[in-house]
Design a protein around this ligand. Structure first.
Ligand SMILES: O=P(O)(O)OC[C@H]1O[C@H](O)[C@H](O)[C@@H](O)[C@@H]1O
Length: 285
């Protein structure tokens, strides 16, 4: 079965041996295996029962990045919005000679009463996960099916499983101004990013659609290709922040880096009847 629907998750299997797993809770992709190796980090302490956003994988940030700010309508929403804490539906699945695809849906009728009150817009999200032999594409489509315009941020908050955070590089963001959320300043990126401690940086309007994460000390790495997305967030909580998170193992920060593609620097305004889409394609270096 290229796409197997279990009670709480969907497993995609490609004839090449590649596979992926997506929880209906948050439509959170929690595994992408290619060349017999897991590429996605999920904390050993992640809560997978649908009571909290999954710590790892690709949580979907929508319709606000972080905490919204008053007087914006998103101000009272939970951190990173409600998409990652809502139960999505499997809409359909298919496969052809190249890829195995599953489509997930969330709309205003499926979110909690509380979030519906906080964000009173009629919307429909379609999230497509397309697994090929050596790549995986995750695409979000946002439809405004109501009569009022709405603003949104979104982010494919990808946690990569890596050999050692202090040895990888993040390449492709040189020459871009960024917001350093750790130091609460803005700065200019010169050269490749190396991780030496806590990092939480928002790069707006990236110049190249490709961001590479080579493992440096060993062969290999991963690459993101952005389509219709212009911002990238780089995050590693490092030791102290990790210790403060109940759903993150104390030593796990060494093995992960979040490189997150989306639209977060500015809200996107989607007019009534309008649609928007953005995606990322992950591949190996
Ligand atoms: O703990 P969470 O709500 O999942 O957020 C995890 C992280 O997400 C993004 O990367 C933000 O830039 C960080 O500031 C935040 O800490």
């Amino acid at each position: 079965m290229p796409v197997a629907h279990q009670s709480n998750k969907v497993i995609l299997t490609h004839p090449s041996g590649a596979s992926a797993e997506v929880y209906l809770y948050g439509a959170t992709l929690t595994s992408w295996k290619v060349a017999n190796k897991e590429r996605i980090f999920v904390s050993e302490k992640a809560i997978l029962d649908g009571s909290k956003a999954i710590r790892g994988g690709i949580p979907l940030v929508f319709p606000v990045f972080g905490k919204g700010k008053a007087p914006h309508v998103t101000a009272a929403l939970p951190q990173h919005g409600f998409a990652r804490i809502s139960l999505w539906k499997l809409l359909n699945s298919s496969d052809d000679a190249n890829a195995v695809t599953a489509e997930f849906g969330l709309d205003h009728t499926l979110i909690s009463e509380e979030n519906r009150k906080l964000w009173p817009f009629d919307f429909s999200l379609v999230y497509t996960v397309k697994l090929a032999a050596e790549t995986i594409e995750t695409k979000l489509r946002v439809h405004n099916i109501g009569e009022k315009s709405f603003d949104f941020n979104t982010l494919l908050h990808t946690y990569f499983l890596i050999p050692d955070a202090s040895k990888v590089k993040v390449i492709g963001l040189s020459g871009i101004d960024y917001v350093d959320k750790v130091l609460a300043t803005t700065a200019h990126q010169e050269g490749d990013i190396v991780i030496k401690g806590e990092v939480d940086s928002v790069y707006a309007n990236v110049k190249s659609p490709d961001v590479q994460i080579p493992y440096v000390a060993e062969q290999g790495g991963v690459q993101l290709h952005l389509k219709g997305l212009s911002d990238v967030v780089v995050w590693n909580p490092w030791a102290a922040k990790a210790a403060g998170m109940a759903d993150f193992g104390n030593e796990e920060y060494h093995k992960m880096i979040c490189v997150e593609a989306g639209q977060v620097a500015e809200f996107i305004a989607l007019a009534a009847g309008g649609s928007w889409e953005g995606s990322q394609i992950l591949s190996l270096l």
